[in-house]
Design a protein around this ligand. Structure first.
Ligand code: PLP
Length: 392
């Protein structure tokens, strides 16, 4: 087993070692975390709407826990399928204006399950190079041919679709908002291409669900494109502040998933308390629009402050604001200097992002107060100048 030590040492040498840090919640201060003895402004969580500690969600979960117990006991196809699951799925389908929806244990499993159910040997999956790891893993497990297109490059995708036009089935998969870039997929063009080439289009709204759309339906709805998307995936672990995921689409699609999605068939149904929490969060996501508005305003303000300070901030208006520094060691130094300044902002390094594009990924939440964000932006600028990331 000595090779393990060698492998780990190689990671340390390349500033790629990772370790688990303990972050505790700060009871009376939303949007903050406790690291050691220090309270830090949390610019790294995906709790976009600030729902993770909403009392109504916690209350719904506590009640379900007392009424139904801790675990569901079996997969949904055995005896784990309780009434609240289908009630939630009806509410999800109504929210998404789709025929049907299916709940998964989390977004990672949803992507594995859906891609494996839709594609197999002899099929081709076209995937944006910057798609989330769970999509990459789903394609690998499906045994379909994995064809990557350059990030958001629809001309490149068109050439590849043409090249593989005779494939049995073609599936195009994209993140709606890219998790480490914060930019948006060219969804209108993808819908046009999938129609032209007779492909299936699957969109992962992990970072856009709850954040975009009049009732938080996601980016596809915000752009009026939901009718052109065949498979819609979203998570409850980010803007919903709970845990879990869903797929929505046609009744036929959902029937296929019940029969073929391995995480549904071979894994225990999520605990009833989690389903109750998601059900409550779904109500809040649809009705508490002020959270979305506050988040949009903070995102605009924070992005523009960093731009004015001289940072290269990526395009878009999402709450994910990456500052690319390039090499891994600088990203780590930047992150630890920010921690000394009271800001939790994690360095994201390969393989999560391409080699040479290590970055600090700032993510905002409706839980943040605008003055704290303005103050954080000033400190980020000072640290960057001190480290030579930004010219003075
Ligand atoms: C976070 C994320 C997932 C995984 O969702 P979980 O519910 O956290 O497992 C899937 N896709 C994308 C694009 C994500 O960012």
């Amino acid at each position: 087993m000595e090779w393990i030590e060698d492998e780990l040492q190689k990671l340390v040498d390349r500033s790629l070692n990772r370790s688990l840090q303990i972050s505790s919640t700060v009871f009376d201060r939303q949007g903050y975390v406790l690291r050691g003895q220090k309270t830090l402004l949390d610019l790294s969580s995906n709790d976009y709407l600030g729902l993770a500690r909403h009392p109504a969600i916690a209350d719904a979960m506590a009640q379900a826990l007392l009424a139904e117990g801790a675990g569901s006991g079996a997969s949904r196809l055995i005896t784990g399928n309780r009434p609240p699951y289908s009630r939630l799925e009806d509410a999800l389908a109504a929210w998404q204006q789709s025929e049907a929806a299916l709940v998964f244990a989390n977004g990672y499993m949803a992507n594995l399950g859906v891609i494996q159910a839709l594609a197999g040997r002899g099929d081709v999956v076209f995937s944006d190079r910057l798609n989330h790891a769970s999509i990459v893993d789903g394609i690998g497990l499906s045994r379909a041919e994995h064809v990557r297109y350059r990030h958001n490059d629809t001309e490149h995708l068109r050439r590849l679709l043409h090249k593989h036009r005779d494939a049995r089935r073609k599936l195009i998969v994209t993140d709606a908002v890219f998790s480490m870039n914060g930019d948006q997929a060219p969804l209108a063009e993808l819908v046009a291409l999938k129609r032209e080439y007779g492909a299936i289009l699957m969109v992962d709204e992990a970072h856009s669900g709850g954040v975009y759309g009049a009732r938080g339906e996601g980016l596809c709805h915000a752009l009026g494109l939901q009718g052109g998307v065949d498979v819609h995936v979203g998570t409850f672990s980010k803007a919903f502040g709970v845990y879990g995921a869903y797929v929505s689409g046609s009744r036929t699609l959902i029937r296929l998933l019940v029969n073929k999605a391995r995480p549904i068939i071979y894994s225990t149904a999520p605990p009833p308390s989690v389903i109750a929490g998601i059900t409550e969060a779904l109500k809040l996501v649809q009705t508490e629009c002020q959270r979305r508005e506050r988040l949009a305003a903070s995102s605009r303000q924070f992005r523009s402050t960093l731009r004015v300070a001289g940072f290269q901030v990526g395009p878009g208006d999402s709450p994910i604001v990456p500052v690319i520094v390039g090499d891994n060691a600088t990203a780590l130094r930047f992150s630890s200097a920010l921690e000394s300044e009271g800001i939790a902002a994690v360095a994201v390094r390969p393989p999560t992002v391409p080699e040479g594009t290590a970055r600090i990924r700032f993510s905002l939440s409706a839980a943040h107060n605008p003055d704290d964000l303005a103050d954080a932006a000033r400190r980020i600028e000072q640290v960057a100048v001190r480290l030579g990331v930004l010219a003075p």
